[in-house]
Design a protein around this ligand. Structure first.
Ligand code: SF4
Length: 183
């Protein structure tokens, strides 16, 4: 069952004892999570396309933004480069494995959320719709393949993702979780 704290609903996976640890918090992100690109909305596409020309200099290969398929708004993703190959990556991932959208925002002193898709900002967390107007915060499936690795120590994922959860649900709600689930 979901765990409710304040106005937030959290997936039970956060509170199930696990022997996984969040390696990126210690070793840094290697960018593997960007291999498949990410879901995007029409609004996010429009915000990115507004910077199409400036973005080209950051890309591994030039991208023709006019080919971005947005015919089905519920099924839009960032473009994928080297699709179906071992080197497959989001087209917006730079040669140095960083995100071109994030880099452009920093270089132009623009807020990163003004151009980076929401689900990239939210990762390794994600949102699951349980019903109309019922949304649960969960761990993105991709995080199990990239960010989380086996550990000898038993813990909870809500502790491994403390920083990310505090950013989303706030310190007061996170501290309430610590009271409910002490060591
Ligand atoms: S937009 Fe940036 S952060 Fe998101 S998947 Fe692509 S490269 Fe990664």
């Amino acid at each position: 069952m979901s765990v409710i704290v304040g106005p937030f609903r959290l997936s039970p996976e956060f509170f199930t004892p696990t022997r996984l640890k969040y390696q990126c918090a210690v070793l840094g992100c290697d960018g593997d999570c960007c291999s498949g690109g990410v879901t995007a909305t029409l609004y996010e596409v429009a915000r990115i396309k507004a910077h199409a020309d400036e973005l080209q200099a950051y890309l591994v290969e030039p991208y023709d933004f006019d080919t971005w398929d947005i015919a089905h708004p519920s099924d839009i993703g960032t473009p994928v480069l080297y699709e179906e190959k071992p080197t497959q990556q989001c087209w917006f991932q730079r040669a140095n494995r960083l995100c071109a959208l994030h880099s452009l925002a920093l270089d132009q002193a623009m807020p990163v959320p003004a151009i980076k898709p929401f689900f990239c900002l939210f990762f390794p967390l994600t949102l699951i719709d349980l019903d109309i107007n019922v949304t649960e915060i969960a761990v993105d499936g991709k995080a199990y393949e990239t960010c989380l690795v086996p550990s000898d120590t038993e813990t909870y994922l809500f502790k491994e993702f403390e920083q990310e959860l505090r950013r989303v649900i706030g310190d007061a709600n996170y501290d309430e979780l610590l009271r409910r689930y002490p060591d």
